[in-house]
Design a protein around this ligand. Structure first.
Ligand SMILES: Cc1cc2nc3c(=O)[nH]c(=O)nc-3n(C[C@H](O)[C@H](O)[C@H](O)COP(=O)(O)OP(=O)(O)OC[C@H]3O[C@@H](n4cnc5c(N)ncnc54)[C@H](O)[C@@H]3O)c2cc1C
Ligand code: SF4
Ligand code: SF4
Length: 416
């Protein structure tokens, strides 16, 4: 029997690769280091290019609640997928076609296949949580750092016996034929970029943090409020290229941050009342079909200032004075704003370089590099080792999905 394929990372790219291989009859071991899967896309609210909300955008096939299978989802119930959450790959040995991957598996306190989301455990203890309404697997998780007296009762009363408070971490070694790296990206937390003051004032946030604030399922039900005091946001300023195109941090352009900033600017001006948005930029780089967001933003009255932010001065009323050098007017401008949003670089996730050096892979700016830049081989990164999605560098979801499909097609061809 042919060995399964190991997929490391269960964001959009890893999930797509896993499901499509599984549907083609290939066994898959899908590993994610977090307790739920879906990756960064879970927190993004609306998605360019279609403006669907991300819950649907990630693909109904991974979702339960379709037709009558209310508690089923391809990720947990497709028999060809072995899903390991809270798991990392500790070591990989062997060779192409017969790799041995040692997995460090976190304790599985709640069995996602048994949990029917009745919510009883959450009535007894705050240690049981539903991390987000759209999380996958659709199950509660148990957080031992919040342990309470009610935990035991929750375990006893769980109607499906899904809870095991004595669960322990374990190690497992799996034999796999191919490896897919789908470890994605991390949004840089720009604490060291002093000029933007991230971490010094609550009203200075990143775009990923803004996406959560805009989400109707979020804490403020999508109303934009100042984190400092809950006052409505009336003036918001975004600044582009934070940490990207900057020799001090990442020399590369993060490619998609102009588009998601414009997407957020359009949402804020169109869907929220009386919010003025300005964007401070060096260049606006909308690629492909995304120019429509730039056009829409200008039509909606978003103000664009070409220049650099030079200083931020917090006021006692919670607002911020921002001094911007406008390079077209050759003038310093002062704006008073409620929320300052940083379009931060997309950087390789923690542990990416260890994984690459273990597998002897090439890196490009910290992301996985293809062995050969010829377009049709862009997903091949080693012998029977592939990468897809943002593990290869900043990319949007459709691109990540296409790369995942390219990997699947290569693996299926190699098995003919
Ligand atoms: C603010 C913002 C807005 C965006 N808006 C849009 C949009 O509107 N439309 C669009 O198309 N794209 C958008 N994007 C881009 C989108 O987030 C990505 O294209 C998509 O999430 C990439 O998916 P991925 O699977 O490659 O990576 P990720 O989503 O990063 O998933 C990687 C997964 O791998 C896991 N992982 C990482 N390392 C390890 C490891 N060593 N072991 C095990 N697991 C690991 C992580 O836990 C994670 O679950 C936006 C990005 C940002 C920052
Ligand atoms: S009580 Fe059991 S089935 Fe109900 S939500 Fe909790 S773990 Fe899931
Ligand atoms: S996409 Fe735009 S904001 Fe992001 S690094 Fe490139 S130019 Fe700067």
């Amino acid at each position: 029997m042919t060995s399964p394929v190991l997929v490391i990372g269960a964001g959009v790219a890893g999930m797509t690769a896993a499901i499509e291989l599984a549907d083609s009859g290939v066994k898959v071991v899908l590993v994610d280091r977090l307790r739920t899967i879906g990756g960064n896309a879970l927190d993004l609210y609306k998605a360019f290019p279609t403006d669907d909300c991300f819950y649907c955008f990630e693909g109904n096939r991974t979702r339960p609640g379709i037709r009558k299978c209310f508690y089923r989802s391809a990720m947990t119930d497709q028999p060809n997928i072995d899903l390991y959450t809270d798991t990392t790959v500790e070591e990989i040995s062997g060779e192409a076609g017969e790799f041995h991957a040692k997995l460090a598996v976190g304790p599985r306190y709640v069995d996602p296949k048994k949990c029917i989301l009745c919510g009883k455990c959450m009535e007894h203890s705050q240690a049981f949580e539903m991390l987000s309404p759209q999380c996958q697997p659709q199950a509660v998780v148990y957080n031992p750092s919040k342990a309470e007296d009610g935990d035991k009762k929750a375990e006893e009363e769980c109607p499906t016996e899904a809870i095991n408070l004595n669960a322990e971490a374990s190690e497992e070694t799996v034999k796999v034929s191919d490896i897919i790296i789908a470890t994605g990206y991390h949004e840089m937390k720009p604490v060291n970029v002093e000029e933007y003051g991230y971490g010094t004032h609550p009203n200075i946030v990143t775009q990923l943090e803004l996406a959560k604030m805009l989400d109707p399922n979020g804490e403020s039900a999508g109303t934009l409020l100042r984190p400092s005091d809950g006052e409505p946001v009336k003036r918001m300023m975004m600044v582009q290229c934070v940490g990207s195109r900057d020799e001090r941090y990442y020399p590369y352009c993060s490619k998609i941050c102009c588009v998601f900033a414009l997407k957020h600017a359009v949402i804020a001006t169109k869907e929220r009342e009386n919010i003025k948005v300005s964007v401070v930029y060096m260049d606006i780089r909308t690629y492909d079909r995304h120019e429509q967001y730039y056009r829409e933003a200008r039509e909606d009255g978003v103000e664009f200032v070409r220049g650099r932010v030079t200083r931020i001065e917090p006021r006692n009323d919670g607002s911020l004075d921002v001094i911007v050098y406008d390079s077209l007017l050759d003038k310093y401008l002062k704006s008073n704003i409620d929320l300052f949003v940083l379009s931060s670089a997309l950087e390789p996730p923690e542990g990416a370089s260890d994984l690459m050096s273990q597998l002897g892979l090439k890196s490009a700016s910290g992301f996985v590099a293809p062995v050969d830049l010829v377009a049709e081989n862009e997903v091949v990164v080693g012998k029977r080792i592939y990468a897809c999605g943002t593990a290869l560098g900043p990319a949007e979801v459709p691109e990540s999905v296409n790369q995942a499909r390219a990997v699947v097609s290569k693996i299926l061809q190699s098995r003919k």
